[in-house]
Design a protein around this ligand. Structure first.
Ligand SMILES: Cc1cc2nc3c(=O)[nH]c(=O)nc-3n(C[C@H](O)[C@H](O)[C@H](O)COP(=O)(O)O)c2cc1C
Ligand SMILES: O=C(O)C(=O)c1ccccc1
Length: 357
């Protein structure tokens, strides 16, 4: 049967992917409470439509850090797209451009960063973790700048990767053909070996990520790149304010898709606090649990500039490569268009908190 919504793609992935890969993709940390909250929270938010508004044409376009997007949608940075399809990030990058969305490549992408840039037809950002080896970090930043990426996204909610029970139970390790090709061979090797009680991904992050960095270190990176700097993994208003004061250009409200600290609220429930704290000084993005166009509308209403989508894109990629990933993004965009029309808000600038009931 042809998928008609994101839930259909989720079901297809569940029925067809190998158990350990599915567990790595779909799973979260701890008791997976936050993971469940991410989707449950959207279902608790109610919409408040206005009627007899001319919605003969609906425009989903937004501007974000100097780029214009046909839809307020982006692909969240996710490691190793090659786990689910041989065309990997080349397929998802092409799909994203075709859908008019933003692509955020993971530092742990399984495709070369130059090849991703060559396949891109829309804005492309690169996500980074802060490596203990600052030389290696800067060298990577140089290659990212050179390749034409338009922003750096520093993920700050993972000084170490959290324990994920599904990966420990399955003994998940990367298959030999899946590698973080933009990082050095030593780092890559660690992710292929399992060890009792520590997943391969958890271990290499512990060895290579720098858990000591603070706001003052951010200045060091800020001085060494001209690219806009985005912080991903903000959940507190105080941190959003500090971001604005420390030369950061945008923040992503995120709990890492329920994969880091379990027990934090759904990203969408933390959104208003962050939006209010930055008070228009920075664009605020959000990710986690977006599965419907109405979810996108709710996030925009709470002040998000753009919404990032994670797992659904990999479900689409697993289903049918670039076509599936593009269909997932187009579905969300079409559902958003429909929701905006039915809510009586034909442009994104008209979407504010009055949309919420
Ligand atoms: C398989 C997988 C890999 C991920 N890898 C990364 C990563 O390399 N860097 C990062 O900042 N976030 C990573 N994330 C988190 C996503 O960027 C995003 O925050 C999350 O998936 C959003 O939630 P959603 O999947 O419910 O849309 C990953 C998430 C998944 C599911
Ligand atoms: O799996 C993840 O969520 C993630 O962020 C990650 C971290 C390090 C390596 C690969 C993925």
């Amino acid at each position: 049967m042809n998928p008609v919504d994101v839930a259909d793609y989720a079901e297809h992935a569940k029925a067809t992917l190998a158990g350990d890969v599915l567990g790595y993709l779909d799973g979260g940390s701890g008791a997976e409470w936050t993971l469940r909250e991410n989707t449950a929270a959207y279902r608790r938010i109610r919409l408040r439509p206005r009627v007899l508004v001319d919605v003969g044409s609906v425009d989903t376009a937004v501007d974000l850090l100097g780029s214009s997007l046909a839809a307020p949608l982006g692909v969240a940075p996710m490691a190793y797209h090659a786990l689910v399809h041989p065309e990997a990030e080349l397929a998802t990058v092409k799909a994203t451009g075709a859908a008019g969305a933003l692509f955020v490549a993971s530092m742990f992408a399984s495709t070369g960063l130059v090849r991703m840039a060559q396949a891109a037809t829309g804005p492309l950002w690169m996500q980074l973790y802060w490596l203990r080896d600052r030389g290696a970090l800067l060298e990577l930043v140089g290659r990212v700048e050179q390749a034409g990426y338009r922003a750096l996204v520093l993920t700050v909610d993972a000084p170490k990767v959290a324990r994920r029970a599904r990966d420990l139970r399955s003994g998940f390790t990367l298959p030999p053909h899946v590698r973080a090709v933009n990082l050095d061979a030593e780092l890559m090797a660690a992710s292929h070996v399992a060890e009792a009680g520590v997943s391969a991904i958890e271990r290499h992050s512990r060895e290579r990520f720098d858990p000591t960095i603070t706001w003052s270190d951010l200045g060091w990176l800020r001085e060494r790149t001209r690219l806009p700097l985005v912080l991903k993994g903000i959940l507190a208003g105080e941190d959003a304010r500090l971001a604005a004061e420390n030369g950061v250009d945008a923040v992503v409200v995120s709990n890492h898709g329920g994969r880091q600290l379990d027990g934090v609220p759904a990203a969408v429930d933390a959104l208003a606090e962050v939006v209010d704290a930055v008070a228009g000084r920075l664009p605020v993005l959000v990710d986690g649990g977006v599965r419907r166009g109405t979810d996108v509308l709710k996030a925009l209403a709470l002040g998000a500039a753009t919404v990032l989508v994670g797992r659904p894109v990999l479900w689409g990629l697993a289903h049918s490569g670039a076509a599936g990933a593009e269909h997932v993004l187009r579905l969300l965009r079409e559902e958003l268009e429909e929701a905006m029309a039915l809510c009586g808000r034909p442009t994104t600038v008209e979407v504010d908190r009055s949309v919420l009931g």
